[in-house]
Design a protein around this ligand. Structure first.
Ligand code: CO
Length: 134
């Protein structure tokens, strides 16, 4: 079911500072900030040769990463995103295996304009998993 790692996401309290650290200290290429109000985050992508790192900052009062940052004030790894070929069939197979899909269970449109779903971290070793249709 799983293809490549599409990105690894890190929640950060200050997106501009985190982007500057990746650009200026680590010497990486970083994208412009992109607001995703429907996901409650603003994102910057660090573009690496083999994958991307997604830096996430809360956007709006009901951001899904606010509680995470309250527990991890300096930021921390938030989720890992794997590519799948067909998100609906992946979801159906995961649900049949007893895994919990977050939200309505219907894919939403992610940062790359492609359908995404999130899986409950308690079902996957404490890691929030995002699936993105490649
Ligand atoms: Co993501």
């Amino acid at each position: 079911m799983l293809g490549r790692v599409n990105h690894i996401a890190i929640a950060v309290p200050d997106l501009a500072a985190a982007a500057a650290t990746y650009r200026d200290v680590l010497g990486a290429r970083v994208s412009q900030a992109q607001a995703l109000p429907e996901h409650g985050v603003t994102v910057v992508f660090v573009e690496l040769a083999n994958t991307k790192v997604e830096l996430l900052e809360p956007l709006g009062p009901t951001s899904p990463i606010t509680a995470f940052l309250a527990k991890n004030p300096s930021g921390g790894m938030h989720h890992i995103c794997y590519e799948v070929e067909d998100i609906a069939s992946a979801r159906d197979a995961l649900k049949a295996a007893g895994a919990r899909v977050l939200g309505t269970g219907e894919p939403s449109v992610g940062a790359h304009g492609k359908p995404v779903l999130f899986l409950h971290p308690k079902d996957f070793n404490g890691t929030l998993i995002e699936l993105e249709q490649a």
